[in-house]
Design a protein around this ligand. Structure first.
Ligand SMILES: [Zn+2]
Ligand SMILES: [Zn+2]
Length: 419
């Protein structure tokens, strides 16, 4: 038997309800906030991710699915969504459409991670990006959107953490200060920290192994330029004025040059140590990095599998989805024409219908009707065909009615309201 690839999963039946629950909430909240969907290819030129995600990151160095296609091009399955959105923004000239451009995406991402960490190699993310505004209100709106999405999902133990990572003017001095601080401690730190000391020194702050050393590191807040400092203060004012609780976490960092100013995370207290549900921030340098003009931007991404884990750990169950309200059961070979006709009539009334296309007896047909959650069975046998009647059976009570075929659809519509 051919099995699925390690680190991937089939999603179906009961599990699918969680996905629909999350996806429906995403569609609803993005509509309310006027974000428009963008769908980009799941593979791109490798260069795009090297430039945008960053050569020095774990993602690019160790985790990308990169291959050469038959034309000799280096192709990579997207490890995240923002780079593609920035590329699409530049390539399709969104910059001429007026600012801001508010986009969202939902889809699979691919990273070659160690499966024992409980991580999937194909996972799914939702992300939103506001492009074209440098104003802190854009940061605020993206955060408010994120909080409301979680509220819509009934995740009520979500907590917001914010920080700033400065900009290309003020950050270099801070990085120097960090290097000075870590210079005589680096020998005692983990291998990741040793590697990042030169390539990405700010990431030393969020190392889980060396938390103790990071605790006394200098804070970026004493190095911020006026612009970054004002931006951060304005964001905090907006959050307070709109009653969104937050905590400043000076260890919340993004290491790459195109990240600027705001960084934020939402964590679920119920998840324990790996409790981040959602992360985002401002990336004013990215569009220029992928070859466009300088366009300020802010956004976030969240893992859908992670959100579903939170839902389960909180005991939140999506509502049961019936597969079909009505099961139409043709008992004879020549009952099928009528069965499909009745099914069409019901569907025109927006009622979901399952027509039993199997060859089996009534008992087994009824059994399957229950299995798919049907409320009513419509039985069409010899007598029904001859007299133009149809047997309507309410599955929960067992009550049966003989109904004229012409009135069947109205009768069922009324019965469904009662049930
Ligand atoms: Zn600055
Ligand atoms: Zn470390």
């Amino acid at each position: 038997m051919i099995k699925r690839i390690k680190g991937t999963q089939d999603i179906y039946f009961e599990e699918m309800k969680y996905w629909h629950y999350v996806e429906n909430a995403i569609r609803e909240v993005t509509r309310l906030y006027a974000f428009q969907e963008v769908r980009t290819p799941i593979f791109e030129a490798t260069e795009l991710f090297k430039r945008s995600v960053g050569e020095s990151t774990d993602v690019v160095q160790k985790e990308m699915y990169t291959f050469e296609d038959k034309g000799g091009r280096s192709i990579t399955l997207r490890p995240e969504g923002t780079a593609s959105v920035a590329r699409a923004f530049v390539e399709n000239g969104f910059v001429n459409l007026g600012a801001p451009i508010k986009l969202y995406y939902v889809g699979p991402m691919f990273r070659y991670e160690r499966p024992q960490a409980g991580r999937l190699r194909q996972f799914h993310q939702i992300g939103v990006e506001t492009l074209g505004s440098s104003h802190p209100t854009a940061d605020y709106e993206v955060i408010e959107f994120a909080m409301n999405l979680l509220k819509k999902l009934k995740i009520d133990d979500a907590k917001l953490y914010i920080n700033t990572v400065g900009c290309t003017k003020c950050r270099p001095k801070y990085k120097e200060a960090l290097k000075d601080y870590y210079a005589d401690k680096i020998d005692g730190l983990c291998t990741d920290c040793k590697r990042r000391y030169n390539s990405n020194v700010m990431r030393l702050l969020d190392c889980k192994i060396d938390e103790g050393v990071a605790a006394n590191a200098p804070s970026i807040h004493t190095y911020l330029c006026d612009e970054c400092s004002n931006h951060f203060n304005e964001l905090q004012k907006l959050l307070s004025a709109n009653d969104i609780d937050y905590e400043i976490d000076p260890k919340l960092v993004r290491g790459l040059d195109y990240y600027t100013k705001t960084a934020f995370e939402i964590r679920a207290e119920s998840l324990g140590s790996q409790n981040q549900i959602l992360g985002g921030g401002r990336y004013d340098g990215l569009v220029e990095y992928v070859g466009g003009k300088s366009v300020p931007a802010v956004g976030f991404a969240a893992g859908i599998e992670r959100i579903i884990m939170v839902l389960k750990s909180m005991g939140i169950k999506p509502e049961t989805e019936e597969i079909a309200s009505i099961a139409v059961l043709p008992m004879l070979e020549n009952a099928f024409t009528l069965a499909f006709e009745y099914a069409r009539r019901l569907r025109r009334k927006n009622i979901s219908v399952f027509v039993d296309v199997m060859d089996r007896n009534l008992r087994n047909r009824m059994k399957h009707a229950s299995r798919i959650g049907a409320k009513i069975a419509l039985i069409i046998g010899e007598e029904e065909i001859e007299k133009g009647l149809v047997t309507v059976k309410i599955l929960e009570t067992g009550a049966q009615f003989k109904v004229d075929g012409d009135f069947m659809a109205n009768f069922i519509e009324e019965k469904l309201i009662e049930l």
